[in-house]
Design a protein around this ligand. Structure first.
Ligand code: JHZ
Length: 392
């Protein structure tokens, strides 16, 4: 049974950056968030049809941050040592190949529904299926390319509304002793950081280990290990195998008991979270209005999907934020989804005229502060809402 605890209001497609003449056709949906009493999953009350989000015009590039480039390089080195037999790997949601590029083309298969990115990895030499991940596709790949030692997905599984179909498809393609490895934002960290901006159309679910264990178990799989990661504001890397095949590492129970301490298996926790979200909204709007009143120039740094939730939920538009700077060429020159703040390249607007920069990409705060030393040394300040509204 689904129990709704949070209403983030009318929201657009989080990565639906658009030109002025496209505003009239902009798509919106109601972003409600609920707790499933049965599986303990945090999920949306209404799912956006995947092709509306993931299509040939998709703009998010995983390789835009140094942190993520290094993260995937390091992980590839852990999963495959050059002297060990080469695993047959498949990546679900390979985006622009930021992980894939560390793997040999002949033993690697990619699945990427966004045609523009599928073409990029095809051009890099990887067999790439430009399709959504389904049981039908898993059967086809099994016949054509063979079963896999590793099925990997980063920031992808929590994007798929139908988890039963997803896990069934994994079960079809995984070798009997193969490992399904996936990483997504951690619900524990969302609660600890009050990072409600992790919830937007592309994230129909936010995973706890407890909920994942319930869901995987219903589909012939089980979690054998959990690794906590710092990326994307705190994520979990889940290692799962077919039931009964692998020995269960102590990290699984450790994570589940920590989550029980946080109350991630209880509705009350999420009611309290919803109250904190509302407080965060009031505080952010108050701070931005104060800056405006004092004649300060405030912009946003990083046109993230997460900031789409913040700006639309809080009603923050160009009257409070002059523009957003972002390094992604596909976002520049467009307007942000829903509230229509102009997005420009950092070279065009991240300069000494800026007093405050709201961190739309707060998850890269370390990388950004290192990179923007001149801004900070010149008296510029960053604003973040994580874990509470503050100037840093
Ligand atoms: P970033 C996306 O979320 C979408 P987003 C997706 N749904 C998901 O799950 C996560 O990624 C993993 C820019 N930037 O990575 C680049 C700068 O301009 O937090 C990005 O546009 N300068 C698949 O969009 C944005 O900020 C910089 O120095 O919330 C960051 O977006 C840096 C570091 C980034 O993910």
């Amino acid at each position: 049974m689904l129990n709704k605890f949070l209403d983030l209001g009318k929201q657009p497609i989080a990565n639906g950056f658009l030109y002025k003449d496209q505003i009239k056709d902009e798509y919106f949906f109601n972003l409600g968030v609920a707790f499933d009493e049965d599986t303990k999953l945090i999920t949306q009350t209404e799912y956006v049809d995947p092709p509306l989000m993931f299509n040939d015009e998709y703009v998010y590039r995983g390789s835009m941050s140094q942190t993520m480039r290094e993260h995937f390089k390091e992980l590839s080195g852990v999963l495959w040592k050059n002297d060990s037999p080469m695993p047959k790997i498949l990546e679900i949601g390979s985006n622009d190949g930021v992980f894939l590029k560390h793997w040999p083309t002949d033993s690697t298969v990619a699945v990427e529904p966004c045609g523009n990115f599928a073409k990029e990895t095809q051009d890099m030499g990887y067999t790439t299926y430009a399709e959504f991940w389904t049981t039908k596709l898993a059967e086809e790949i099994k016949l054509t390319n063979g079963e896999r030692d590793i099925i990997f997905a980063a920031n992808c599984i929590c994007h798929i509304p139908d988890l039963y179909e997803t896990f069934k498809a994994v079960d079809i393609l995984l070798k009997p002793n193969g490992v399904f490895i996936f990483e997504d934002p951690s619900l524990a960290e969302v609660i600890n950081n009050n990072s409600y901006d992790q919830i937007y159309d592309e994230h129909p679910h936010v995973f706890s280990v407890i909920a994942l264990d319930n869901l995987l178990n219903r589909n012939g799989l089980e979690i054998v290990k959990v690794k906590n990661l710092s990326v994307h504001g705190g994520s979990n890397r889940i290692y799962a195998m077919k039931k009964g095949v692998g020995s269960i590492h102590k990290s699984v129970e450790q994570n589940k008991s920590y989550e029980r301490v946080l109350g991630l298996d209880k509705m009350e926790t999420f009611i309290r979270f919803a109250e904190k979200v509302e407080q965060s909204k009031d505080d952010l709007v108050r701070l931005l209005r104060k800056c405006k009143y004092e004649g300060k120039k405030v912009i946003s740094y990083g046109a993230s999907s997460k900031s789409t939730t913040i700006f639309n939920y809080c009603g923050i538009g160009p009257e409070l934020l002059s523009y957003i700077t972002d390094t992604t060429p596909e976002k520049q020159g467009k307007l942000s989804p829903g509230v229509h703040i102009p997005v420009i390249a950092p070279e065009q607007g991240f300069n000494e005229t800026v007093h405050f920069a709201y961190l739309g990409a707060w998850n890269f705060i370390k990388e950004i502060k290192n990179k923007e030393k001149d801004f900070v040394d010149g008296g510029g300040k960053f604003i973040t809402h994580v874990p509470t509204i503050r100037v840093v």
